[in-house]
Design a protein around this ligand. Structure first.
Ligand SMILES: *[C@@H]1O[C@H](CO)[C@@H](O)[C@H](O)[C@H]1NC(C)=O
Ligand SMILES: *[C@@H]1O[C@H](CO)[C@@H](O)[C@H](O)[C@H]1NC(C)=O
Ligand SMILES: *[C@@H]1O[C@H](CO)[C@@H](O)[C@H](O)[C@H]1NC(C)=O
Length: 267
């Protein structure tokens, strides 16, 4: 993992504090938190245990149980442990630094972790013979990682540009009228370069050959992604699951269909 991150960072030698780097930092912090927490729940992580919530202790802190005689099942996902490990791994080396780049990086790490922590959910189940609900238990679970990624992508779109504060220990939004970014928001301090053409100094591969969406007006659309160079469309036969049926109980059977998919790539 450490090598992977080094290689990844190694691709951005010139500009290091853009919106894109902010997103990457947030997703790395979230990814470590998620994997460590999951491993902990599965019992694969030494030195941690489930989040043991007891029925009574719940009153003061944390989320409530649903109405009725529900109990915590005693093994919720231990997000605090995942967050701690992610901090040990990523934040520790910056402890004594308070330059702008470090502040921005640490802020985005926090935002990444909160994209999981603030969206923990309570999942409840009935146990008992043939649907009789003799034991009702609830457990705390992380959101699926895809959801975390989508949330961070939204924050990427709304990321705030910041400049150094007067005290040298903080940052503030670049425009005076802009609302200061909250803990869950992503921040950056350098404008992104154009990623259209290959530029090894920037670590940009350019967008030639990238798959784009020819009906979208957004960033993933051929118009923007191909930077006006145009695109090429071809059809490719791909196999997908189709005509799935549910067989009682509990299996899903699907057929394999060949569909002709339209694929556009940037010139
Ligand atoms: C690559 O990017 C750098 C930094 O923005 C710029 O100075 C340089 O001119 C670019 N090189 C090419 C070949 O576009
Ligand atoms: C392409 O963009 C359109 C319009 O935004 C969207 O409806 C469609 O699902 C996209 N196609 C793919 C393959 O993502
Ligand atoms: C899937 O279902 C549709 C309509 O029910 C049918 O026309 C098609 O032949 C089915 N495909 C396969 C591979 O069974």
């Amino acid at each position: 993992m450490r090598n992977l991150i080094k290689i990844f960072y190694g691709k951005f030698p010139v500009v290091t504090d853009t919106r894109e780097t902010g997103f990457v930092n947030a997703i790395i912090a979230a990814g470590i938190t998620f994997q460590v927490t999951r491993a902990c729940t599965k019992g694969e992580q030494i030195g941690c245990s489930c989040d043991k919530r007891k029925k009574k202790k719940q009153k003061k802190k944390g989320p409530p149980l649903p109405e009725g005689d529900w109990e915590w099942d005693g093994c919720g996902e231990n997000i605090e442990f995942g967050i701690k490990k992610s901090k040990d791994f990523l934040d520790t080396r910056y402890k004594k630094r308070s330059d702008m780049k470090t502040l921005v990086k640490l802020h985005n790490y926090v935002a990444g972790r909160l994209a999981i922590k603030n969206h923990m959910r309570t999942e409840c189940k009935c146990h008992g013979l043939s649907g009789s609900c003799t034991l009702k238990t609830c457990t705390r679970k992380m959101p699926p990682f895809r959801e975390v990624g989508n949330r961070l992508k939204e924050r990427f779109d709304g990321a705030a540009k910041v400049i150094a504060g007067n005290d040298g220990q903080s940052f503030m939004p670049e425009g005076e009228t802009i609302k200061p970014p909250g803990k869950v928001d992503l921040v950056y301090s350098e404008e992104s370069p154009l990623f259209c053409l290959p530029n090894s100094t920037l670590g940009s591969f350019g967008t030639q050959g990238r798959v784009c969406n020819d009906t979208s007006q957004g960033e993933e659309g051929c118009g923007i992604l191909c930077c006006g160079r145009g695109f090429d469309t071809h059809y490719k036969e791909v196999q997908t699951s189709c005509n799935c049926t549910f067989i009682y109980c509990c299996e899903v059977k699907c057929k394999t269909c060949n569909i002709n998919m339209r694929i556009s790539t940037c010139l």
